[in-house]
Design a protein around this ligand. Structure first.
Ligand SMILES: Cc1cc2nc3c(=O)[nH]c(=O)nc-3n(C[C@H](O)[C@H](O)[C@H](O)COP(=O)(O)OP(=O)(O)OC[C@H]3O[C@@H](n4cnc5c(N)ncnc54)[C@H](O)[C@@H]3O)c2cc1C
Length: 410
């Protein structure tokens, strides 16, 4: 299988419009892992980096279909926002996970680490799981069901630390999302919903993806329905951070100001910042940090470069001003240098989500602050609404979201 992820906005819009007529049958079809993936959208990379907005996916869906006929699809599209809003209130989970990944490499025995490496390389000896690992490495994509099986196999069959498995996904998935990935892994591990873990079963794979099993039965016995039981892991209680109010609009500053574009939102031409008239636009990232600190795969790096380039090109046309990519070892220093060189009085951008970009914010604020340049971060109003619903489980979230979307369609 080859990588077919949509990355640029044009590709994503075209693909979404082609998929649109299939949405009423999505709910019944989505769990099946078909080799060509025709029953799912494969829009996740575009949605994660926001070259395609959840808002426009929802709006266009509701323009073409009655709510009830596409409810399952709308629910799934809202899952990422739910996880993102939930993680915003529990950012410690992200920080702890990143710390765990580092310490596990130092603390795990050489034997366990070697086993982890073998399983990730598709050499566990369980043929269907090895096929999934190799598919992930080759294409940067796995169907949702395959992600669940593989994560469960890693945790409950191989009994390896969930944090390292989540890191493997984060390094390879083209849609890698700090919230959806970390929290889905925690859900499989039984950490997200108390007392509930997801346990892989051979009968479930047989039902939903027999093609993974054909040809090579090696290791099936390790997945037999009565062979796997959940491993429950203990962890220190997670502290909930009070809901943070972030501005949802900004007025055009007097004087020269810069637009800071980053991979958490790459469609600035739609939404609360679209009417601004910046002097300069910059997207910053550090290939070296992504390679060395996060150890991202080569196709992840290429995908990031592609989505950033696409966002930057569109922003430049929309705002009618020059744009540049700052790719340096220290992105914070690069943004500060850009602000000085462009004689900016302010820098404006979208508020990042919990993850690598948000981790830069304290230093960025401090750096720009020392130069007397305020950094203003704005949240989309629709994110603010969705995040305010995301303080408990998904189903209370969905009840509120459903009401909200039904009103929008009326
Ligand atoms: C262990 C594990 C790790 C995961 N890691 C990620 C990740 O890093 N990034 C990511 O975007 N999704 C992640 N998911 C969720 C889900 O598997 C993918 O979003 C989905 O498979 C993407 O394929 P698609 O675009 O064809 O989805 P479709 O079925 O077409 O769904 C449409 C859109 O809805 C959203 N969506 C669907 N299912 C989920 C879900 N369960 N959770 C959150 N959003 C969902 C995505 O934006 C997706 O593009 C993970 C799930 C598991 C079990």
């Amino acid at each position: 299988m080859t990588s077919r992820e949509t990355l640029t906005r044009q590709e994503a819009l075209q693909h979404f419009h082609e998929f649109l007529p299939a949405l009423p049958s999505y709910g019944a079809a989505r769990n099946q892992v078909q080799p060509a993936y025709g029953n799912v959208s494969r829009l996740s990379a575009s949605i994660r980096f926001r070259t395609l907005l959840e808002d426009e996916v929802i709006e266009t869906t509701l323009e073409h279909h009655a709510f009830e006929s596409v409810e399952k699809w709308l629910q799934e599209v809202c899952w990422r926002r739910y996880w993102t809003g939930w993680l915003a209130q529990h950012p410690e989970i992200w920080t702890r996970w990143r710390r765990n990944v580092r310490t596990l490499h130092e603390e795990l025995s050489a034997e366990r680490l070697a086993r982890a490496e073998a399983v990730m390389a598709g050499k566990s000896g369980v043929a269907c799981m090895d096929a999934m690992a190799r598919e992930l490495i080759a294409t940067g994509y796995l169907h949702n069901h395959a992600r669940m099986w593989w994560a469960s196999f890693w945790i409950h069959v191989e009994r390896l630390p969930w944090a390292l498995g989540a890191d493997f996904f984060f390094r390879h998935l083209l849609d890698a999302d700090p919230a959806s990935n970390t929290l889905s892994w925690r859900w499989v591990a039984g950490l997200q919903t108390a007392g509930k873990a997801y346990v892989v079963r051979l009968s479930n794979i047989k039902k939903y993806a027999p093609h993974y099993l054909t040809g090579n039965p090696a290791g099936h016995e390790r997945l037999a329905d009565d062979a796997v039981s959940a491993v429950f892991i203990r962890e220190d209680a997670v502290i909930k951070t009070p809901h943070q109010t972030v501005p949802i609009s900004v007025t055009q500053p007097v004087g020269r100001f810069g637009f800071w574009l980053h991979p958490d939102d790459l469609t600035p031409e739609i939404g609360p910042l679209a009417e601004l008239r910046p002097t300069s636009i910059a997207a910053c990232w550090s290939e070296r940090v992504y390679r060395e600190k996060y150890r991202l795969s080569e196709q992840r790096i290429i995908a990031l470069r592609t989505v950033l380039g696409d966002g930057l090109a569109r922003a430049s046309v929309h705002f009618e001003c020059p744009s540049l990519t700052l790719n340096g070892d220290d992105p914070v220093a690069a943004v500060c240098a850009w602000a000085v060189e462009q004689q900016l009085v302010q820098v404006i951008g979208f508020a990042p989500m919990v993850g690598p970009v948000q981790d830069m914010i304290p230093r960025l604020k401090e750096g720009l602050g020392k130069l007397g340049i305020p950094l203003t971060l704005v949240r989309r109003p629709s994110d603010a609404t969705a995040f305010s619903f995301a303080s408990a489980g998904f189903f209370p979230f969905w009840q509120q979201m459903r009401r909200h979307l039904t009103v929008l369609q009326a």
